[in-house]
Design a protein around this ligand. Structure first.
Ligand SMILES: C[S@@+](CC[C@H](N)C(=O)[O-])C[C@H]1O[C@@H](n2cnc3c(N)ncnc32)[C@H](O)[C@@H]1O
Length: 214
């Protein structure tokens, strides 16, 4: 299997029980903290593209606050789960799209959001370059990644054990991205960082909003 296919096939194999497994591995508290942070990042007029939406957990939180949301993923099985969850939201469209090379026009969106995508893909810089292409000048990326930054050692070890118990093995391209890593990636892709936060009580997520420079 090609490298990039492996990135989403791994998650597709886990799609049916993804929500339940995520709750077990990282806890629902972290998911709630991420949603609270995400809800502060958007304007009601925003046309938003989401990359790697998975089962749509965070699409569901953001959609009521924006003009419309195109939630995308490469895994058909993830999109099926998302469709079941998001059916009642009239302003969400689901599409199968590759985060490295989407089919959207340049400058088509006000915001591109991605949660737990950059740390699982082999080439995060390329995903951010594609995000830059589809954003209007002054548009923003809204990025969230679970990280071991700020997590006590024992809690990090327990997290790793829960991960292995549920998902058997980590994805081949998994890496740890802290706030500095996200800021560097965003800067290199032509964005100016506006807001950064480390959310979560024990297990943390690195969250960043950055604006496209003209
Ligand atoms: C760890 S899951 C996160 C899902 C969701 N954002 C969440 O946080 O609940 C990563 C998602 O990225 C998707 N994915 C992986 N590589 C991708 C690619 N190249 N293009 C689009 N989606 C991709 C996977 O199918 C999976 O749904």
């Amino acid at each position: 299997m090609a490298k990039r296919e492996a990135e989403y096939e791994y998650w597709g194999d886990r799609a049916k029980t993804f929500d339940e497994d995520s709750a077990y591995v990282v806890g629902t508290g972290l998911s709630d903290d991420i949603k609270s942070w995400l809800r502060m990042q958007f304007a009601p007029t925003d046309a938003v593209l989401e990359l790697g939406c998975g089962t749509g957990t965070f699409s569901e939180a953001v959609a009521p606050l924006v003009e419309h949301l195109v939630a995308t993923d490469m895994s058909e099985r993830m999109l099926q789960q998302a469709s079941a969850k998001l059916g009642q939201h009239g302003n969400i469209r689901l599409e199968r799209e590759n985060a490295y090379t989407t089919s959207f026009d340049e400058s088509a969106f006000d915001a591109v959001m991605m949660v737990n995508l950059l740390h699982i893909v082999d080439e995060p810089a390329q995903v951010l370059e594609e995000s830059n292409r589809v954003l209007r000048d002054g548009g923003k990326i809204v990025v969230v990644d679970v990280t071991n930054q700020g997590t006590p050692l024992l809690a990090g070890l327990r997290l790793g054990l829960r991960y292995l118990r549920r998902w058997r093995r980590p994805p081949s391209f998994g890496r740890n991205l802290g706030l500095d890593d996200l800021a560097q990636l965003a800067h290199d892709a032509g964005f100016l960082v506006k807001d950064e936060a480390l959310v979560g009580e024990t297990i943390k997520a690195a969250c960043l909003t950055a604006y496209k420079q003209p």
